[in-house]
Design a binder for this molecule. Structure first.
Ligand SMILES: Nc1ncnc2c1ncn2[C@@H]1O[C@H](COP(=O)(O)OP(=O)(O)OP(=O)(O)O)[C@@H](O)[C@H]1O
Ligand SMILES: [Mg+2]
Length: 137
């Protein structure tokens, strides 16, 4: 039997309150003339609060599209087709499913950039050269 007091409160997932982000069976596909590209197809991982998580994989394996999915900013032609991205900035509050938010809605815009950011492979596009990295973080 599980005696962790957080267990029941978190809906049965042990320690869910200690997880900042839980990506759960995420699928992000692109639909176009060439057929369906399953850029992300059943990805699950979590980011514990205060920890650093690295995702490693070969080119084209879906790392960037996973990141863009967390921001709910999938490039044109693609969309999150299923799965959940549970984001819990406040351990005492309920998580919000980023995948279920309107990409252009107020809720997502309040999180994107302000709470969750993405620095692309072209860092000059995301970072200012005249401010320290620490400040920008
Ligand atoms: N805008 C797009 N339209 C259609 N397919 C795309 C688009 N962007 C990415 N893809 C496809 O999604 C898959 C995953 O791409 P992604 O960019 O996430 O890979 P990656 O792991 O970040 O690669 P890299 O290490 O080269 O940055 C690839 O098959 C890619 O061709
Ligand atoms: Mg990439």
């Amino acid at each position: 039997m599980n005696t962790d007091p957080n267990f029941a409160a978190a809906g049965g997932r042990q320690g869910a309150r200690d997880l900042l982000i839980e990506v759960d069976d995420l699928r992000t596909h692109f639909f176009g003339g060439a057929g369906t590209i399953k850029a992300v197809d059943g990805v699950s991982f979590s980011i514990p609060r205060g920890k650093t998580v690295c995702v490693v994989g070969e080119s084209g394996s879906g790392k960037s599209i996973t990141g863009r999915s967390i921001l709910n900013q999938v490039p044109r032609g693609g969309r999150i087709v299923s799965g959940a991205i549970r984001y819990r900035p406040d351990p005492a509050a309920a998580s919000v499913d980023l995948a279920a938010l309107d990409p252009r809605g107020h809720g997502m815009r309040a999180i994107r950039g302000a709470q969750i950011g993405l620095i692309s492979q072209e860092p000059m596009a995301a970072l200012s050269p005249v401010h320290t990295i620490g400040n920008q973080m």
